[in-house]
Design a protein around this ligand. Sequence first.
Ligand code: SF4
Length: 418
Amino acid sequence: MGGTSLLKESGPREVFCGLTSIVWLHRRMPDAFFLVVGSRTCAHLIQSAAGVMIFAEPRFGTAILEERDLAGLADAHDELDRVVNDLLVRRPEIRTLFLVGSCPSEVIKLDLARVAERLNGQLNGRVRVINYSGSGIETTFTQGEDGALSALVPLMPSIKEKQLLLVGTLANAVEDRLITLFNRLGISKVASFPPRNSTELPAIGKGTHVLLVQPYLTNTARLLKDRGAEIIKAPFPLGIEGSRLWMEAAANAFGINQKMVDATLGPLTLRARKALQPHKDQLSGKKIFLLPESQLEIPIARFLKRECGMELIEVGTPYFNKEMMQSEIDLLPDTLRLVEGQHVEKQLDRIRKELPDLVVCGMGLANPLEAEGISTKWSIELVFSPIHGIDQAADLAELFSRPLRRNDLLNNKKTAKI
Ligand code: SF4
C-alpha cells in the first residue's frame, strides 16, 4: 500500500444504515418495489435521510411492517405474506420485489431468504422476489446497494461474448454519456448493472470486463468474478484524472491504442479543466477532514488533493479494501493519515484541534459542527448527485467549494457590519 499507513479505530459510530440506498436504487429501477421489513424507526430513517414521504408509494416504493408484527415469528411470516399479497394486487406493475431486512428483522431472526423462496413458489414467476439486508448493525449506508446487487448476481444470464459491464448505480444521463464515450473509443458492447428495468439483467461470463463505477461494491465484485468476469483495475471515475484513467483502463482491456484515447478524451479534458478552475481557486490550500461514511472518501480525497489543491488532514473510511483501493492509494501521498473505522468522539476531538476549513460528514454531525463555526458537507449528497465522469468534475468540485464560498460571504457580511 505505497507508504501510506492505515490506522484502525473502533468505538461509537455515526452513520446511516443500508436502507438509505433504497432511495437511489428505486429511482434506478422504477419497476421494482422495496418492502422494508422493519419498524417505524426504519420508516423515519428513510424519511429523514432522503427527505421523502414514506407513504407516497407510487414515487418511492417502500412499505413498512408494523412493530407488533415483529413480536412473534409465526405472526411475522403470516403478516408478511398478507402485506405482499395486498401489495401485488394493488400494484400489478411490480416486476421485482425486494424484501429488505433491517435491524429488527435480523434481531428476531426472520429468515427473509426462506420467505422469498416461499413467495417465489406462490407467485410462479409473475413477480421475482429477492431479499437482502439493509440493516445498520455494523454496516454503513452504501452497503445497501452492494447487498441488493449481490442478490441479483445469481439471476444474471450467462454470456461468453466480450463486453464491458459498468457496475454501480449512475444517474441515467451520466450513464448515457459514458456509454457514448466508450462507443466512440471503439467499445461497442457496453452493459450496465443494475439495469434500468429490474427484469432486464445483463448477462455475465468469461468475456465480461467489469468496470466498477462505485468503490463500495466489494461483495458484488467478488460474485461477478466467481461468474467468470474480470475486474478491471483502475481508480474510480471521480474527477478528470480518475475518470480518464478509468476509461483508459477499459480501453487497454479492449486493445484500443493511446492515440484513439487521446483523440477522444483530450478535448473533454481541456474543457473540464477550464470549468474546474474557479473551484480550484476557491479550494486550493484549504484543509479538509473526511469522516468515514459513504466509502467514497478515498477517491474524493484523491480528487480534492490532486486536482483542487486541498490539504488532506485526515481521510476516514468505514472499511478499507486494499485490492479495490490500490489504484487510488497509489495516487495519494505517503504521508496521508488514513483511518479505517470510527470512534466518533476521538475524531471530533481531532477536528476541534486541527480546525479544518471543511469537514465531510453525516447529516447528524453537520449541524453541531456548523454551530461550532466549522463548515461541513453532507457525505450523502455524494451518492445523490451526478458526479461521475470527466464532464462532471466541476460539479463535483462545486459540492465542496459552495459551503466555503457561503462562509466567505457570511464572514464578509459580518465584517461589513462591524
Ligand atoms: S435498519 Fe436498523 S439502523 Fe436502519 S433504520 Fe431500521 S433500526 Fe435503524
